[in-house]
Structure formats: C-alpha cells, structure tokens
Ligand binder design. Structure first.
Ligand code: CA
Length: 229
C-alpha cells in the first residue's frame, strides 16, 4: 500500500467516533472526525479522504443528505462510504445503499468487524485496474479516475457501481454467478449481502436509463452483460 490512507469519520456520538478512530489509527490509518453532517460534508469536499465512515442520524444534515451532497460534487462522488445505522430495519439499510453507500453496519458493531469492512471496501477500490479506458457499447470506463461516461456524458457512479459494471462488461457474454460477483466486488459473499447486490444493481440500472437493460438478470444464477454484436 502506498500512501497512508485517510479516513473521515462523521459521527456525532463522541465515544463511538473515538472508538472507530482508535481502531483505525492502530491499524495505520490517518483519521479525522466531524460530529456534524454539514461540517462533515464540507471537510469531505476539502480533503477528499480515501473513505468515509458515515453515521445516519446526525445534526444539521443526516447521513442521506450528506451522501446526496457528495454525489453532486465531482470531488466526492467516488469516495467510498461505510454507513452506520442505529436502526436495524432492513429498509433503512437498503435505503442507505440506494442512496450511494458502499456498505453498511448496524450499531452496535464490533470494531474488528468495522475494520474488516473498511479494508474490504478499500481493497476493491485499489484492485480496480488503473490508467486505461475501456469501452463497451454506450459505456466508457475511465479507470484512471473512476469516471464513467454514458453516451459520452459523465454519469456519477459510486466506486462499487463502477467496479460492478466494469466487471460485468469485461466478462461480456458470460453469466456472472451471484456469489462470484459478491466475492469479486465486495470481497465476501453471504445471504445478507445477496440483497446488497440486488440493491446496487437496481440503482445502477436506474442510472443507466434506457441502457439499463444491457445488464440482464439471469434468474436463479446472477447477472449478464451480453456480448456486443
Ligand atoms: Ca448519530
């Protein structure tokens, strides 16, 4: 790993923020903490950290609003986010993923598990091959700066969406099994993350608009991007 990686923690519960910070620092990460949503977003735009640990319930702006703000700005739209939620309802977690988080954890969580998730997210970011462009029909992937173009217009994809679509396009004509996709993109596969895959796919298709149908669902197996004629 090259430079020391910077992580921004946006969490208003001071003891939880400190626990996360300590765990990450002990593992060699550079950490900054904000206790307020709007200030957290401002710092994210300014420092462009490698990853953000984002709490859902925050003063001034909640986690969803912070995500929305991040996605609107090219300085922050591809920063991966691990969302923290005190709510245990699956709907809240799904909503977080639909709004652009890469992964989520429900409180209370173990610091060790949090560290594993952070590393898994960063690893899938780093393993995205760099410095070339790949095109597939109306899609262009600029792998150097994780920018995606649809019909030559930039479309804001999260890091996970970018990796997922790139993975499928690089293997066009071959159905990708659900577990294989989960392992390749998230670094692990289990039943809970099976929902995560579908949620990301749904949102990805929405962003692709009329071209969303290029990503086909293969019932009972996984997903397929067809070979170009
Ligand atoms: Ca909170």
């Amino acid at each position: 790993m090259g430079h020391m990686q910077n992580i921004l923690i946006i969490e208003d519960e001071i003891d939880i923020a400190e626990l996360i910070a300590m765990t990450l620092q002990r593992d060699g990460f550079n950490v900054e903490i904000e206790h307020d949503g709007a200030e957290g977003l401002a710092l994210a735009l300014k420092t462009q950290p490698d990853l953000i640990v984002l709490d859902l319930m925050l003063p001034t702006m909640d986690g969803y609003q912070v995500l929305k703000g991040m996605q609107r700005d090219t300085r922050s739209h591809s920063i991966p986010v691990l969302m923290l939620t005190a709510k245990s309802q699956i709907e809240d977690r799904i909503l977080g993923l639909e709004k652009g988080a890469d992964d989520y954890m429900t409180k209370p969580f173990s610091p060790k598990e949090m560290l594993l998730r952070v590393k898994a997210i960063l690893k899938r970011r780093q393993s995205t091959p760099s410095s070339t462009r790949l095109s597939y029909g109306p899609f262009i992937f600029d792998k150097n700066n994780l920018t995606f173009y649809l019909d030559k217009e930039p479309v804001s994809l999260t890091g996970t969406e970018f990796k997922l679509l790139l993975y499928l396009c690089q293997r066009s004509g071959q159905t990708q099994d659900r577990n294989e996709l989960l392992r390749a993109v998230w670094g692990y596969s289990d039943d809970a993350h099976s929902r995560t895959l579908d949620t990301h796919m749904k949102r990805l298709r929405q962003k692709l608009g009329e071209h969303g149908s290029l990503v086909e669902t293969v019932r009972g197996v996984g997903y397929l991007v067809a070979e170009l004629p």
